[in-house]
Design a protein. Structure first.
Length: 122
């Protein structure tokens, strides 16, 4: 059976590597072919912030998602760094942002979701 879904838009999540960006461009084109608005792009695993010293290291590069968003005229919502506590929170069923609210990743999640929450107010 076919159940049509009414969606207000899509949030595209990518990683900064070129191979991922190539696939994501196809996803954006697919959304556009369905007249599904693309709300924005989030770059995941965008760097690693050391929990001990706070230094950021770009393990998988950084900035590819933002560059692609600009090229495709899509809002860029932000970068989410790697945080091993995300895995631990998911495995234990804890809300990551609530339990690790002072982490850089939690702050990045909160900033990235603001434009999406604003859409709900309209």
């Amino acid at each position: 059976m076919y159940f049509p879904v009414k969606a207000d838009g899509a949030v595209i999540v990518t990683t900064p590597q070129q191979v991922a960006l190539s696939d994501v461009r196809k996803g954006v084109s697919f959304c556009r072919s369905l007249d599904l608005p693309v709300i924005g792009v989030i770059e995941n695993i965008s760097g690693f912030v050391c929990p001990k010293c706070g230094e950021k290291t770009d393990i998988f590069k950084s900035g590819g998602g933002k560059k692609m968003a600009l090229e495709m005229n899509i809002p860029f919502l932000g970068k989410i760094p790697i945080d091993p506590q995300i895995v631990n929170a998911c495995d234990s069923g804890e809300p990551y942002i609530q339990h690790y609210s002072s982490s850089q990743a939690a702050k990045s999640f909160n900033e990235a979701i603001k434009p999406v929450l604003e859409l709900d107010k309209n």
